[in-house]
Design a protein around this ligand. Structure first.
Ligand code: 16G
Ligand code: ZN
Length: 527
């Protein structure tokens, strides 16, 4: 491979247009799409190097800006087992994205040398994208980066983020998990879902009807594909399908509904208590909501899904008398009432980790069955190999363990998957015969409030204990404690955002008024 001609090509086709440094953050690179071409080309190069470093294992590249507005785009790399790119390579990615066109050739040679990569060995990169209008252009840039290093690239077109994770794992596990194709993904989830329904479409207060807000993103398209293949096992109306004038995530989608605490645009008129679901632009987050008989909006967020799923799995494990450790992982954003409910009522051990999927996923792997969810709706369940073996063995004699096996098939263990999570929630509600009223009455959320504070340098704030305690600037935590002490059931924390140049404040207390006041007071301490 002649690196020189490669980089002459890069300079001409994908020159670096922005001088601003860009950082590989919690969810890869994000920014305005017009400045990302050079970053994409270089990530094609990096994914190929990573694949060669990993002895030819498939590396995934997903082009999306998730819940961000339409002008934004982004890119994240997926490691061989379906995890986020290893921490040690995040810095390599950041450096590579920021070197000048002149330094590029030398810089790549250095990565090859430092990591002892055999540049002539085989490699394979899978690329997929969301449905933003600039995604195809950026996908071509990634593919060109791969081809520049004479790597193999397979393009999947428009797919959800969790589908990309599925394809990478399917391929690297020699198809134990399914084939790396869209059809195999649908087949795996739908067949597990329909086995679990077992022809019982409604049960007790559970109704089969559902409104699905696709955020004008790729989740909408894929949900329509699910419906086509599902034999009416779920009666879904898809809104914000992304075919009209509506923009991705604009006034719709999981982030909008969770943060604004109101329904998305284009909601049809439905009976009170109808289950409604919102996913985000790349369909890795899901939340539920409904309106009650007085028209009041009610949210069932990631904490609700986590508690529903953990409680259900706990029941199954106990009824099969399996000796498996089940645990739930949350972040500091989890509503205090949900944590109390998990500990006191479900009696499931719970741990708290810093924000960002990789932290939750990593912690969940410590349990035999690890359930993790962020309050914003990103989450899944992971089962250890030995747990799977135990369950398979038990399934020979116990029907409940067979159910558990089908549940494992329904779950996308590689990463949070909005559609898979939704099918799991539907399964549980159906089996329990529950409507949304039953679900929401398991505990009462504490009122909570988030604020964004603009500061000169968000990195002066340093936290510890899963972001719940602030250690810098000195004295700030003492001040926060003093303020919090004045509020019944008060809790608050501050942390620098990993995706925006702001400091975030979270507060909860026993009343809405107290919560607003507490958030405001803590926010003032930060300014
Ligand atoms: C990213 C994270 C998400 C987290 C959010 C927090 C992934 C794939 N995504 O979107 O999990 O909740 O950042 O953003 O890890 P913040 O640091 O700006 O509050
Ligand atoms: Zn997302």
């Amino acid at each position: 491979i002649n690196l020189r001609t490669v980089y002459a090509f890069a300079r001409e086709m994908y020159p670096k247009l922005s001088k601003e440094t860009i950082q590989y953050g919690t969810a890869g690179f994000r920014g305005k799409a017009e400045f990302l071409d050079s970053v994409m080309f270089r990530m094609g190069v990096l994914a190929t190097l990573r694949s060669r470093f990993k002895e030819g294992a498939v590396i995934g590249v997903m082009i999306t800006a998730s819940h961000n507005p339409e002008p934004d785009n982004g890119v994240k790399l997926i490691d061989p087992k379906g995890e986020m790119l290893d921490h040690s390579w995040e810095k390599i990615a950041t450096d590579l994205a920021n070197v000048s066109d002149q330094e590029l050739e030398q810089h790549v040679s250095k990565i090859i040398k430092d990591n002892e990569i055999d540049i002539n060995s085989s490699s394979c990169v899978y690329v997929g994208m969301d449905n933003r209008y600039h995604s195809p252009r950026l996908l071509k840039a990634v593919a060109d980066g791969v081809i520049a290093l004479k790597g193999n690239v397979r393009e999947f077109g428009i797919v959800t983020t969790p589908m990309m994770h599925f394809f990478v794992v399917a391929s690297n596990t020699k198809e134990v998990y399914g084939k790396p194709t869209e059809e195999s993904y649908y087949e795996k989830l739908i067949s597990a879902f329909e086995k679990l329904r077992n022809g019982q479409l409604e049960n007790g207060k559970y109704r089969n009807r559902l409104i699905f807000d696709g955020a004008n993103g790729v989740g909408a398209r894929k949900m329509l594909q699910f419906i086509k293949r599902m034999n009416n096992s779920l009666d879904v109306t898809v809104i914000n399908q992304g075919i009209g004038p509506g923009k991705i995530n604009e006034e719709c989608g999981a982030d909008h509904v969770k943060v604004q605490q109101r329904p998305p645009v284009c909601m049809p008129i439905v009976e009170p208590f109808t289950r409604c679901v919102s996913v985000d632009g790349d369909a890795d987050r899901v939340i539920y909501f409904f309106t009650d008989e007085t028209g009041q909006f009610k949210l069932l967020d990631g904490d609700r899904i986590a508690t529903l799923v953990a409680g259900y799995l706990m029941d199954l494990v106990q009824s099969c008398e399996l000796d498996l450790r089940l645990g739930l992982v949350q972040t500091a954003y989890a509503n205090g009432a949900s944590t109390d409910y998990i500990v006191n009522d479900l009696k499931v051990p719970v741990s708290c980790v810093p924000t960002g999927v990789k932290h939750l996923h990593h912690k969940a792997l410590e349990y035999d069955i690890g359930v993790y969810f962020e309050a914003n709706g990103h989450g899944t369940v992971v089962f250890s190999d030995s747990a799977k073996a135990t369950i398979s063995e038990a399934a020979k004699t116990k029907p409940q363990a067979q159910t558990l096996l089908q549940v494992i098939d329904l779950i996308n263990e590689t990463v949070g998957d909005a559609i898979s999570d939704m099918l799991l929630v539907e399964t549980i509600l159906n089996q329990k015969g529950w409507d949304v009223k039953d679900w929401i009455s398991s505990y009462t959320d504490l009122p909570n409030q988030q604020l964004k504070i603009q500061v000169q340098d968000r990195n002066v704030i340093k936290t510890t204990d899963a972001e719940r305690v602030c250690v810098k600037p000195e004295g700030l935590q003492d001040e926060i404690n003093q303020v919090v002490a004045n509020y019944k059931r008060g809790r608050a924390f501050v942390r620098p955002s990993g995706t925006e140049d702001v400091v975030r404040v979270y507060a909860e207390a026993s009343t809405k008024e107290d919560t607003l006041q507490l958030a405001y007071e803590v926010g003032r301490l930060v300014q």
